[in-house]
Design a protein around this ligand. Structure first.
Ligand code: DMJ
Length: 646
């Protein structure tokens, strides 16, 4: 049927102003409209009715989002970051060079408000849930966002899970969902992550600036005197920092360091080096950088230093000497003793084992395995806890009766677990020794402080307990958490969390918010504060252990409070240890914010470990050095977990 053109279009004409008289009475308008309506064809009327019904339905459907939008404009939280681009911040472990200049150090934003109360004698009452500002904020935020997520049918960033489809740039069909409240939440978290990561990059650049200007090619920067100190004369800071630069996406800095390694670094030098320190910092740093970059320059250098360290194992007992002259190939103990430190001879295994695997030369692995075999069998342990010294002539423990998780014993425990992980969890003896040692810690060294019941690891000296804890012990929460992640008892994770809290308190209780080297815990009833610091122990060497453990705890629990704690600590490093001309300095007195008394030294581990762990802590990308693919040596150099050959 052919329809006339009149019926093809809906044409409505109203009485215009040019109709002569203007009658705007209600009755006239009603009659006029009705007349017009009657003049329309049936099709026209049906179409108009259809459109009206359609408009009505659309209006009802869009009502909630319109009101939500209006609420946001009038009373709701402003999201100033809503223009930024969503997307992954850090590509896995092979980032592209950073092209832009350093952004300004970000201030803490209102989205993640932290407690910054500190200072004795009052312990911050995060321990007594109610008075805990920081924790309350974090918990409330988590609860709020979870509720919000549930109501809106999305899972928000604080609700533990992020819908990754939502968190990527744009949408599948190109539709822009920028204004959706759920996306604003995700972007807020991304922005915060980016700004904290940038702050770490900036800190690294600042440290590097000092090293480059005043200490280039030397072991350590002395930032106050704008000079350097030499330990082994091998560019220790530069080598220790190589993989940090790679992981932090600082390719320009990495390239200049690499060219120094290629053209200047030589191990053919008449210098005495400490076996342990050069293994964990130099051999470990080179092996790790080789794995991250695939550049054989670093493997060649690793082989060179590894083979030059081997004379250390030429001892009557095969327990290595502490020192080697890498130019002459002669090793010796320190001048005053024929003892070596237990932690030193048992914390070189990850590196030498990996060197054997890469080179297919078994002598490296054999030498360090022999040490483990002997230590495993030795008398003089207490429930798996080892003394601090071992004699290189007879291979026996010396100075027996003193047990600590701090200096001279610490990384023995760390490397039991990590060797087991590195080798694919097959070497049961290592696991047994580790598990026994942790039970030994619980039985002999674990106590609670007064008045707030902080769990701490003390020391035992000939049966006498001392409530002394080195900052070095703060590696333990991270190691315990790593063990639990690898299938060890869940109560290891519980203990990790308790000790993590204690290590954080060791910072936050100090007037500078930085931990001293050693603390003493009060245990007697009626104490007014949990932590005491002796005059001689008030220094801070920019050590990494607490930040390291915060990284593990955050990575493995996903609890963002650990990132918040880390951010607080980073700010305190910025405030009290940053030297304006470049670099950061260790300080003498963490209890004097007016004059923390700089020591004029930036340890290589500040770049090798502390800043790297800050970066990994603030990154939410679990693939950035996955803990299922890498194991960190005790100097924070990631080495691969061996692929299973089974
Ligand atoms: C680093 O050299 C290593 O982490 C080592 O295991 C302990 N001491 C420093 C950092 O504190």
């Amino acid at each position: 049927m052919h329809l006339s053109s009149r019926q093809d279009y809906v044409s409505i004409s109203f009485a215009g102003q040019g109709s002569g008289s203007y009658n705007n009475s209600k009755q006239w308008r009603r009659q006029s409209c009705w007349r017009k309506w009657k003049q329309l064809s049936r099709l026209q009327r049906s179409l108009i009715l259809f459109i009206l019904v359609l408009l009505f339905i659309c209006g009802i459907a869009s009502y909630p989002s319109v009101t939500e939008h209006l609420r946001g404009l009038t009373g709701g939280k402003q999201d100033t970051a809503s223009d930024s681009i969503l997307g992954p911040f850090v590509p896995f472990v092979l980032p592209e060079p950073a092209k832009q200049g350093p952004p300004p150090l970000p201030e803490l934003t209102s989205q993640r408000k932290l407690s910054n109360k500190r200072g004795p004698p009052v312990l911050q009452n995060r321990l007594q849930k109610k008075g805990n500002a920081s924790e309350t904020v974090v918990e409330d935020r988590a609860a709020d966002s979870k509720k919000e997520g549930e109501e809106k049918g999305v899972i928000s960033w604080r609700g533990a899970v992020i819908d990754t489809d939502e968190a990527t740039e744009g949408t599948k069909n190109g539709e822009n969902k920028e204004d959706a409240p759920a996306n604003r939440e995700v972007k807020t978290s991304k922005d915060l992550e980016s700004s904290w990561l940038e702050a770490v990059q900036e800190a690294f650049r600042h440290a590097w600036k000092g090293y480059k200007e005043f200490a280039w090619g030397h072991d350590e920067l002395r930032p106050i005197s704008k000079s350097y100190s030499e330990w082994f004369g091998l560019g220790l800071t530069l080598i220790d920092a190589l993989d940090t630069m790679w992981i932090l996406d600082l390719k320009e800095e990495f390239e200049e360091a690499k060219s120094w390694v290629a053209t200047e670094l030589t191990f053919n030098k008449n210098v005495d080096v400490n076996l342990f320190e050069s293994t964990i910092r130099i051999l470990g740093g080179l092996l790790s950088t080789y794995h991250l970059t695939g550049d054989t320059l670093f493997l060649d250098k690793a082989k060179d230093i590894g083979s030059r360290l081997m004379p250390a194992f030429n001892t009557p007992s095969k327990i290595p000497y502490s020192d080697v002259n890498i130019g002459k190939g002669i090793a010796h103990p320190p001048r005053w003793t024929s003892d070596s430190t237990v932690a030193e001879v048992t914390s070189i295994q990850l590196e030498f084992r990996e060197l054997s695997r890469l080179t297919q030369e078994p002598q490296y692995q054999a030498a360090v395995a022999e040490v483990m075999k002997q230590v495993h069998k030795l008398d003089g342990k207490l429930d798996g806890l080892v003394p601090m010294f071992i004699n290189t002539n007879n291979g026996q423990f010396t100075h027996q009766g003193i047990y600590t998780l701090g200096a001279r014993a610490d990384s023995y425990y760390e490397y039991l677990l990590k060797q087991w992980i590195q080798g694919g969890k097959k070497e049961n003896q290592l696991l047994e020794d580790y598990l026994q040692a942790i039970e030994g810690v619980k039985k002999n060294l674990l106590q609670k402080s007064s008045p707030n019941g902080l769990t701490f690891v003390g020391e035992l000296s000939h049966g006498q307990f001392s409530p002394k804890m080195d900052h070095l012990v703060c590696f333990l929460p991270g190691t315990l958490a790593l063990g639990a992640h690898n299938g060890l008892p869940a109560d290891h994770m519980d203990l990790a969390k308790e000790l993590m809290e204690t290590c954080y308190q060791m910072y936050i209780q100090m007037e500078t918010g930085l931990s001293p080297e050693i603390v003493h815990f009060n245990m007697h009833q009626g104490s007014t504060r949990d932590i005491d610091v002796k005059l001689a122990d008030r220094h801070n060497l920019l050590r990494p252990e607490t930040v390291e453990s915060l990284f593990y705890l955050h990575r493995l629990t996903k609890d963002h409070k650990y990132q918040d704690w880390g951010w607080e600590i980073l700010q305190n490093f910025e405030k009290y240890t940053k030297v304006s001309s470049g670099g950061y300095t260790s300080i003498n007195n963490v209890r004097d914010p007016e004059y923390p008394s700089p020591r004029d030294k930036m340890e290589s581990f500040f770049l090798g470990e502390t800043l790297k762990y800050f970066y990994l802590l603030f990154s939410n990308n679990t693939n950035l050095i996955s803990l299922d693919q890498y194991v960190f040596n005790t100097e924070a150099h990631p080495l691969p977990i061996w692929p299973s050959t089974a």
